[in-house]
Design a protein around this ligand. Structure first.
Ligand SMILES: *Cc1c(COP(=O)(O)O)cnc(C)c1O
Length: 469
């Protein structure tokens, strides 16, 4: 063994406690560190011929780079839809690295059984029927990809084709109907060979991102063959929900695969105030829900659920060995895009065990209350305008001025970032350049929204003054 490896192994306990100190230092400062920061390009160092050992490497990292990491796990990072990590999930995540399981097989470890247990917990949390099969993947994008791969296979089978075996060559184009699909739907369709242009955008209700059910039905009548409907349960701009009960009714009349993208909207199930938004979800053939967003576990983790476990096996099987017996419970690597897989269920298992349904109800309701409060502050202000009602945890707003462009918003948000107390990301809603505040972190309190609003007003004043009259 190389002497540096030998030495590091001998000093492993000290290395771990030193690492814990660096992490502990970060956790202690989470309330005050800048959520986002400008980082200049760094010089690319030459790979050392002789290593410096783990302790010196940790020191090098802590001194030179740790201070420039985004505090995106802190309470005032409102960009995208970003969760932090609960204490229990960090403990679980550290152990995942320590044990370094390959959670693909099932004949050597409890890991796959704990993954099944975690999926079972989630079905209870989200109110999903027990019949759903589920697995962990890296994020909602790959969950959408996995689920749409099943949908594609189903469409083929309706036409007597096996796409998984024969490919798409010569097949009728696959069609996807959706009101306000997330960007990852298009990316998934590109990766699946179905194509981005296979999406037919269905009209949404006036001033809404939710699909117009009558328009959806009209399109379904016009379709010659079986299609895929992507319903949205929580859009990223305004957390709008398609009427899943109405979509479920259409499913009784027309032949389609129903996929529900509930990446963070699935957490509506945690609270009696919002659970009604998910009514009808059990009609779905497949469902996407993220864990690294509102569950507040470390990246990267999401779940995919389906009622068609056998179909999933036929698409993702690693070899033909299981072909004859889909009801058996073979290893996860016959169901998921990955072959080798991190034991990424464990941080979720830790967090669900540690905080239970009640803990997640509290986070969801506190985050939504914070978003509503922020919406009220913006509504009453001179400088900003709210672009949609605050339905749950996202506030979509913009500057009160006439000549809004992508550039105006970008400059404004850079000034907000450089103030160092809050971070937002831009968006476009119905053609208007805008700003989103997504509140999905377990640490966020009402006072954080007051502070965020204070920063917005200050930056707005400053930029107004800087402008030539
Ligand atoms: C975030 C999000 C995704 C993509 O999720 P990743 O985890 O970033 O891959 C897909 N759909 C919706 C509705 C989302 O909010």
């Amino acid at each position: 063994m190389h002497p540096l490896l030998k030495k590091d192994r001998e000093n492993l306990q000290e290395l771990l406690s030193q690492t814990q100190k660096v992490a502990g230092e970060y956790f202690r400062q989470q309330d005050t560190l800048a959520p986002g920061r400008f980082v200049a390009n760094i010089a690319m160092e030459t790979l050392p011929e002789k290593g410096i050992g783990a302790m010196a490497t940790l020191d090098h990292f802590a001194k030179n780079f740790a201070g420039q990491i985004a505090n995106s796990a802190g309470p005032r990072y409102f960009g995208f839809v970003t969760g932090g990590s609960t204490p229990a999930s960090v403990a679980g995540d550290w152990l995942v690295s320590a044990y370094d399981q390959n959670a693909c097989g099932s004949n050597d470890s409890i890991a796959p059984q704990l993954e099944r247990q975690t999926i079972h917990f989630f079905k209870q949390l989200f109110g999903l029927d027990e019949v759903y099969f589920g697995s962990f993947v890296t994020g909602a994008t790959i969950s959408n990809f996995t689920n749409l791969a099943l949908a594609r296979q189903w469409v083929g089978l309706q036409q007597g084709k096996d796409f998984s075996h024969d490919g798409l060559t010569g097949a009728e184009p696959v069609t996807v109907l959706s009101g306000t699909p997330h960007a990852s739907i298009f990316k998934s369709l590109s990766m699946l060979g179905v194509g981005r242009k296979s999406v037919i955008r269905i009209a949404t209700l006036p001033e809404r991102e939710a699909v117009d059910i009558a328009a959806l039905e009209k399109q379904l009548i016009q379709q010659a063959g079986p299609v895929i409907v992507v319903a949205n349960a929580g859009t990223v701009n305004t957390v709008d929900f398609d009427d899943l009960v109405a979509v479920a009714k259409l499913k009784k009349k027309y032949n389609f695969w129903l996929h529900v993208d509930a990446a963070f909207g699935g957490f509506a199930a945690c609270s009696e105030k919002y659970a009604h938004l998910l009514e009808g979800i059990n009609a779905a053939d497949s469902i996407t829900i993220d864990a690294h967003k509102w569950l507040n576990v470390p990246y990267d983790a999401a779940m995919q659920f389906t009622r068609h476990k056998g179909l999933q096996l036929s698409v993702f099987q690693n070899s033909a060995a299981y072909l004859g017996d889909p009801e058996q419970s073979p290893d996860f690597f016959h169901y998921t895009p990955e072959n080798s897989r991190r034991f990424r269920a464990l941080p979720s298992w830790f967090s669900l065990m540690a905080y239970g349904k009640e803990g997640y109800r509290e986070i969801v309701e506190r985050n939504c209350a914070a978003a509503h409060h922020f919406g009220e502050l913006l509504k009453a202000s001179e400088d900003f305008v709210l672009l949609a009602p605050v339905r749950m945890n996202v506030v979509c707003f913009t500057l009160k001025q006439d000549d809004l462009s992508a550039e105006t918003i970008r400059k404004f948000l850079e000034a907000v970032r450089d103030d160092g107390r809050v971070f937002f990301t831009p968006t476009q809603l119905h053609g208007t350049w805008a700003i989103r505040a997504a509140v999905s972190n377990w640490l966020t309190e009402l006072a954080d929204m007051d502070l965020a609003f204070e920063v917005l007003e200050k930056v707005s004043e400053k930029l107004k003054k800087a402008q030539p009259a």
